[in-house]
Design a protein around this ligand. Sequence first.
Ligand code: SF4
Length: 246
Amino acid sequence: MLGAIGPYARIEMNDNTKITWIADRLIETYGAPTVRPHDPIENLVLTILSQNTSDTNRDRAFESLMKRFRTLEDVRAAPLGDIASAIQIGGLQQQKARSIREALNRIVQTCGRLDLEFLNDLAPHEALRWLLELPGVGPKTAGIVLLFSFDRPVFPADTHIRRVMSRMGLIPERGNPHPRLNQLLPADPLLMQRLHLLTIRLGRETCHPRKPDCERCPLQSECVWIRSHDPKHDHAVTLDKGGINP
Ligand code: SF4
């Protein structure tokens, strides 16, 4: 679709092209991030611990958990109250303790041991469905485990990714962003890993919930939000309550 007519006319990107353009621009700006392999079960526990808390407190909670119990097998055998007190620093400790212990139990019930390698034998959508049946595991947690521990092409979106992608006009401000983002992206795990990490970085450093620093943003030429808001004026931003994530 033509965006304008005249000497400065440009071709509007379709959404599939736009999301890979975003990945390219973020890699050009920040460099390709190093993606380290993650143990699947540790990754699962860490992601459950990350719910509603900062990365720092998630890491502290995990460290405290492992210091207290040494192995995740010991966590599985521990009383809920002991697990909850070990992860208290991350908040929601009762709920997270229940989710972690129940998830570890289900893994052992399925595999006979604490091991998720059987997910390698499933198609991505089957592996996703299995993980989503675990307590405390939603599309973000399941996607993080599959993408970063199994190199499966399942893209997880957190609050930063949701905000950036909705401002870029690729997803609605509300609702589950995962089906649409996974439909738009090519099934390329490395691209998805890089896009995930770098979009979170953009959301933290530049595309802030209340006052996005659009002047510094490498995505501004294709951003839908900036076309209807002038971030220099606070009142313009506060009108867009729907785009502000808590
Ligand atoms: S131009 Fe502004 S609103 Fe758009 S993605 Fe960048 S920082 Fe966010």
